[in-house]
Design a binder for this molecule. Structure first.
Ligand SMILES: Cc1cc2nc3c(=O)[nH]c(=O)nc-3n(C[C@H](O)[C@H](O)[C@H](O)COP(=O)(O)OP(=O)(O)OC[C@H]3O[C@@H](n4cnc5c(N)ncnc54)[C@H](O)[C@@H]3O)c2cc1C
Length: 488
């Protein structure tokens, strides 16, 4: 039989060369891996046409005017379908069999140009993630569908994920700490829904998000048992964004404080069961998203390496730094660090594809989407998904297709990738900047921006200290395990 050879772009060729496991996988599944390469190539083109020409300018503009948000860049990202990265292919999005690998390589590529722009896109992916668990299924045909449809019209529908509170940051990222956290926010049960009161802070993309997935305790004296995920629309009465932070780096994406004053959220906007917000909520989301944060660090490191090498090739006082052995050794060290980071990210993302990709591509899941959309958005079907029976079916489906062991292992791999890649990128960028000194070249400006951009990768999605502890508790201590929801 004659094999049809599809043409691979320059970005794709580079990825196949740099990540041999992709090449090996492509021998078995050309269509699947070519789609991963196509997505990475779209990110590279977005960088060339939009991010690279604008990144330094946007960074400076936000420093002068912290409220500024570059909607033009967000609109441009629509053409490359970057807001559909986590929307299942079943709904016309890009998330298929290799959704985590494609996502990781996309964020790696995007962050070689600008981690702020990368984070603006990642914030939507993170905000949409709670909807990807079966507990979020009632919102697939509404919110996720809207993201895809509006993206086609170059109208970005942005999302954010809000868990951090002024009095609880690390505490809300780990079950042991949540049980003793002093929370300010509460969701009080009332007839037909919940009243949300309180504040969330440092929310990436929180100012521009149309929808936010928000975690809150329904009883602040029992936070772990009552931690719940809600879907909030920015137009709900009582919701506001009082301010954004003045940021050191990743300025193209705001970190906002969001305020809830008697915001009524209907019962239908609870993701899964009340009280399941930690294990099926945050831990499951973090199991998927900490590896991609490692990819953000890796992208920044690759960007720094590229700019440093270009700088080193320039002649200064008759000499080129790249001709000096100490510079050659430093570049070799950077390449080694990048390889190590990428290896950890790919390990995590392939393990994640075996969990989330398999879940989305499962025939049972596909069968649901054989139902015409009119049926799926009909009142009776939507109402069924919200019933006890509907929720219990979703929980059963998850338990049938995914094991708690795999989810726990995935969280451990994500933590490992997250803290290693962030620390690697921080150390590498810091050293590059030291060597470049006070040079006033454009290349040094990029590396200086990367130095500011990289710091937060050690902080968000759980600080690196917390990620080390979580990894230890999973892999060595054996005291942390991700629990999937129990059908009720
Ligand atoms: C730019 C930016 C964007 C962000 N985006 C989001 C977002 O989109 N959504 C969201 O919900 N949150 C977001 N965050 C919040 C982020 O996740 C928190 O800042 C982080 O979890 C740390 O919480 P904290 O700042 O309250 O620090 P703290 O929890 O007060 O920690 C302070 C220090 O103490 C250490 N520490 C705390 N407890 C322990 C412990 N038990 N053992 C060992 N060390 C400990 C920490 O590692 C840290 O070094 C963002 C933060 C920033 C800066």
């Amino acid at each position: 039989m004659k094999m049809v050879r599809t043409k691979v772009s320059e970005t794709g060729e580079r990825l196949l060369r740099d990540i041999p496991v992709l090449k090996a996988l492509r021998e078995h599944d050309r269509t699947g891996i070519d789609e991963v390469l196509r997505i990475a190539d779209a990110c590279a083109e977005f960088n060339r046409r939009h991010a690279e020409p604008r990144a330094l300018e946007i960074d400076e503009r936000v420093e002068r005017d912290p409220d500024y948000f570059d909607w033009d860049t967000a609109r441009a990202a629509c053409k490359y379908r970057l807001f559909s990265l986590v929307v299942p292919t079943l709904l016309g999005g890009l998330a298929g069999k290799y959704m985590l690998t494609a996502g990781a390589l996309a964020f790696d590529e995007l962050c070689t140009a600008c981690a702020g722009i990368g984070n603006m896109i990642a914030a939507t992916a993170l905000g949409a993630s709670p909807m990807l668990t079966p507990g979020g299924m009632p919102h697939w045909d509404t919110v996720l569908h809207e993201i895809v449809e509006e993206e086609r019209k170059s109208n970005p529908v942005l999302m954010a994920y809000a868990i951090t509170e002024p009095s609880a940051g690390t505490d809300v990222e780990e079950p042991h700490f949540l049980s003793t956290a002093r929370l300010g926010m509460e969701a009080k049960k009332i007839k037909g829904g919940y009243l949300l009161n309180g504040r969330k802070c440092f929310i990436s993309g929180g100012k521009e998000a149309k929808y936010l997935t928000v975690c809150a305790a329904t009883d602040r004296t029992r936070p772990l048992e009552t931690w719940t995920t809600f879907l909030v629309h920015r137009d709900m009465e009582g919701f506001s964004v009082p301010r954004v932070e003045r940021k050191l780096g990743q300025r193209a994406c705001h970190a906002a404080e969001v305020l809830f004053e008697n915001v009524f959220v209907p019962e239908s906007n609870v993701m899964g069961y009340e009280g399941d917000g930690m294990s099926t909520g945050i831990l499951t989301i973090m199991a998927a998203s900490r590896g991609p944060v490692g990819a953000v660090g890796t992208g920044i490191a690759r960007g720094t390496c590229r700019h440093f090498t270009a700088w080193a090739r320039e002649r200064r006082n008759g000499k080129r730094p790249i001709d000096e052995p100490r510079i050659q050794m430093f570049i070799a060290d950077m390449m080694a660090t990048i390889q190590e980071s990428r290896g950890l990210v790919i390990n995590h993302s392939l393990a994640g594809d075996a969990v989330f990709g398999a879940l989305l591509m499962n025939p049972m899941m596909k069968a649901i989407f054989l139902l015409p959309r009119e049926v799926r958005i009909s009142r009776p079907y939507q109402a069924f998904l919200q019933t006890r029976y509907g929720k219990s079916m979703a929980a059963r489906l998850l338990r049938m297709l995914v094991s708690e062991e795999d989810m726990t292992r995935l969280l451990g791999l994500g933590c490992l990738a997250k803290f290693t890649c962030a620390d690697n990128a921080m150390a590498l960028t810091s050293r590059a900047l030291e060597i470049m000194g006070m040079d006033d070249s454009e290349e040094r400006r990029w590396v200086e921006k990367n130095y500011r951009d990289v710091k937060v990768t050690q902080i968000y999605e759980g600080t690196n200290q917390l990620n080390r502890l979580t990894f230890f508790n999973i892999d060595i201590g054996g005291s942390l395990r991700v629990e999937l929801p129990h059908p009720r």
